[in-house]
Design a protein around this ligand. Structure first.
Ligand SMILES: Cc1cc2nc3c(=O)[nH]c(=O)nc-3n(C[C@H](O)[C@H](O)[C@H](O)COP(=O)(O)OP(=O)(O)OC[C@H]3O[C@@H](n4cnc5c(N)ncnc54)[C@H](O)[C@@H]3O)c2cc1C
Length: 532
């Protein structure tokens, strides 16, 4: 068998097997909420490669977008989302997102999530970039943690849901055109387990760890997109990577996010000469869409030959900042920055992947039995650029859709899962490769040539270099998580570069210096990657 299908050789007869109705890969908001939405007579397994609380979701600060204000409406939320998406949003998906937002937030409140309030019952709303209204609900500046803590504590009480931590999904098991389960690696016992099921839900998050500087945790290596691709799934919009404009730039920390909500509360960006610059770039100034703010910062950094700019919220007093942004205040202070007195040094970093496994609004992929939701999925709600605070929401809304879908896909007591044992033998060989070095080299290439500003020369260089690494590791024997992640990072980097090279225009988060205009005639379409 070719080495591009499975990362390891195996014989299913020799591997321990366990059966579940549904296997969910990932324990972020999308994975855990989906598990809670599946009726309790279905048994569900959540696999997660680290402990349950390690995810992007836990780190989310700003909040969740939902139109609750009397001046706001799903229609206005729709309009803002479509505008940010720069012509590539799927309108059907966006309507579902905005129309079903409030009902899912209600469910979160029923699970005990405590959002900040104004008065007794009204949720407090703030504004973020490119939103025309105040519609971001939040729990201080640790919204993700509040939501995840509550969801995890509820899911732990569910008898039908089993959680398996430190277990890495290596590959999907397919038979013909159907997904039959997940081949996973148990880190504690260093052994493989085959989890068989009629439905596999990929909720593995994004792949910002393709870049050297990112707000994402170590787990964001795009395993879900890579294993789905190897199994024949279609991936879409991979070239659109959102760089968050304001990530702390300190010698000891270059990944801590300074939430957009800080700009929402009026903070200014200043270059290293202390000059405000955003009004020259966009009428919404600091609250322009993220791609525009990131490029403006990049420009100012180049103009002033510096590695960062500053965020200035010194006009707010200390008590206010401590209350509104406790985590940001405390973290900055731990690096000697008192945000009520000092400018915060910031620079852009990879933050969110608009692209992923192509799905419809029910989370269905082109492989029978394989579903995806959350950041791992791409159903077109973000188009070429995600509107701030729409991604926690996406995990909820489309997680619920899959939860409903389970009942129509799996009729309890009928049609047991059929599975025929098989073996995989490929021509893998043992190789002495310095994996840490290769990973870091790939991340540098992606940051330098496939980052905020791209051009054909840089992309071609990146493509050649990444292909060299791809060819070097494609027949390598893989023995553990470090190897699996490296394979996934290289595969996805290759696909991101190919997509970025193909799209000869600038749109949303994809900016080509050699094609600075948007070209609707040629490029108002999605780029899809699949093995076929
Ligand atoms: C610092 C930061 C701040 C943010 N702030 C906001 C915000 O305010 N509002 C907003 O809407 N969005 C925000 N985002 C984006 C948002 O947090 C993410 O898009 C969202 O949480 C993704 O959720 P998810 O469940 O799809 O994936 P994740 O939360 O990333 O979870 C993925 C899970 O999959 C597991 N996993 C991955 N690969 C494997 C594998 N091979 N085997 C087993 N398990 C695996 C991971 O361990 C993890 O548990 C922020 C992101 C960051 C990084």
């Amino acid at each position: 068998m070719e080495t591009d299908r499975y990362l390891i050789d195996f014989d299913t007869k020799d591997i321990e097997k366990q059966c579940y109705d549904v296997v969910i890969i990932g324990s972020g908001i999308a994975g855990v909420y989906t598990a809670l939405e599946i009726p309790k007579d279905y048994n569900v397994l959540i696999l997660t490669k680290e402990t349950i609380e390690i995810s992007n979701s836990v780190l989310a600060q700003g909040g969740i977008a939902v139109s609750l204000d009397k001046d706001d409406s799903p229609g206005l939320h729709f309009k803002d989302t479509i505008k940010a998406g720069a012509g590539l949003c799927n309108e059907e998906s966006v309507w579902v997102l905005v129309n079903e937002a409030a009902q899912n937030i209600e469910t979160l409140c029923e699970y005990g999530v405590e959002f900040d309030k104004e008065g007794i019952n009204r949720l407090s709303l703030t504004r973020e970039g490119a939103h025309s209204k105040r519609r971001i609900i939040h729990a201080g500046d640790t919204t993700g943690k509040e939501v995840c803590d509550k969801l995890v504590s509820v899911v732990r009480t569910k008898e039908n849901v089993k959680i398996k931590e430190r277990t890495f999904a290596v590959d999907l098991i397919t038979e013909g055109d159907a997904c039959k389960g997940v081949l996973a690696y148990d880190e504690d016992t260093s052994s493989y387990i085959l989890y068989l099921s009629k439905m596999v839900i990929c909720a593995t998050g994004g792949f910002s760890k393709l870049y050297s500087y990112t707000t994402n945790p170590e787990v964001a290596t795009g395993d879900g997109a890579a294993l789905a691709y190897r199994a024949g799934a279609e991936l879409m919009d991979l070239e659109f990577i959102q760089f968050h404009p304001t990530v702390l730039f300190h010698p000891e920390n270059k990944s801590f996010l300074i939430s957009e909500a800080v700009r929402g509360e009026g903070a200014y960006l200043r270059n290293v000469n202390g000059e405000k610059f955003m009004p020259q770039y966009h009428e919404l100034a600091e609250l322009a869409p993220r791609d525009i703010v990131s490029r403006a910062i990049f420009n100012e950094m180049q103009k002033t030959k510096s590695s960062n700019v500053y965020l200035d919220i010194t006009f707010k007093d200390k008590e206010y900042l401590q209350k509104r942004f406790p985590k940001i205040y405390e973290t900055c202070l731990s690096y000697g920055i008192d945000m009520s007195k000092d400018y915060i040094p910031v620079a852009p970093a990879a933050h969110y992947c608009m692209g992923g496994i192509k799905t419809d609004i029910y989370g269905r992929t082109n492989i029978k039995g394989l579903y995806a939701c959350g950041e791992a999925a791409c159903n077109g709600i973000h188009g070429a650029n995600r509107l701030a605070s729409n991604s926690l929401l996406e995990g909820l809304v489309f997680g619920r859709k899959i939860g409903f879908e389970v009942q129509s896909v799996i009729k309890k007591g009928k049609e047991p899962l059929e599975f025929n044992d098989f073996s995989v033998k490929s021509k893998r060989v043992s190789k002495a490769i310095n994996k840490e070095e290769v990973k870091s080299e790939i991340q540098n290439i992606m940051t330098k040539y496939v980052g905020i500003i791209r051009d054909r020369g840089g992309l071609l260089y990146a493509k050649d270099k990444i292909n060299e690494y791809y060819n070097a590791v494609k027949d390598m024997e893989n023995h553990g998580i470090e190897d699996f992640e490296l394979q996934n990072i290289i595969l996805l980097s290759k696909l991101v570069v190919e997509s970025a090279l193909e799209r000869e225009e600038s749109r949303g988060a994809h900016y080509r210096m050699d094609f600075p205009e948007t070209n609707d005639v040629k490029w108002k379409k999605n780029i899809i990657k699949s093995k076929k």
